[in-house]
Design a protein around this ligand. Sequence first.
Ligand code: FE2
Length: 246
Amino acid sequence: MIDLHTHILPGIDDGAENETTSLRMLLMQQREGVDRLFLTPHFDCRKGSVEEFLRRREDAFDRLRRAAAGSATPEMKLGAEVRFSPELMREDLSRLTLGGSDYLLLELSPRRYPAVLEEAVEEMLDRGYIPILAHVERFFYFCGHPDLLAGLIEQGALAQVSADVVIDRKRFSFSHACIKHDLAQFVASDAHNTDVRPPNLGRAAAKLPDVFRRRMNAFLNAVWEGRDVPSAPDPSTPNPFFCRRP
Ligand SMILES: [Fe+2]
């Protein structure tokens, strides 16, 4: 099992505060059945340069590897949770992707739907990047207008929902609608610590429909290996939001 979205690197964002917490989180990941994961600290180009972020990320990764030396951990690759802003489009996105692949974990503004998002997604795709929209269940504009999310998926973006809302069915039905109607292709932990937002992907995966879980694993393996994801939508998940699909 692969966790696409984690904040395990120590002392770089609002995730693990130090190496001890990081190691505990890695152990929890293993107990969840995760054997590979992406380390995806927050990056916002309005708050600092890519170069500075990469330096801090490499330093945190060095500290984590030194702390973990001699113990078995999941296999780890570097990535980022990249905050979308129009300014982001001026950056060299290749240095922010998941494990050097073409996939970019993209975080949107919680307050309002970005006016230029569709053009930006089009430009990213033209430049060879595939945005994966992080925790789409959090955004009220998608909950109220799933057609907005459907449009982005139809353009070629992918989407992730959070494991905690999959585990607790009562908490948020929109994430379940995303899974049912092909508006999300991934579930990830977005783990930040060991208690309030812990690694929990295994528990979420156990609650996923078999068809979704099988396809998600195929997609995750493709992201991990830097390959194209299977493009055909699963016919068993008919999507009422895609008017052009059968
Ligand atoms: Fe995150």
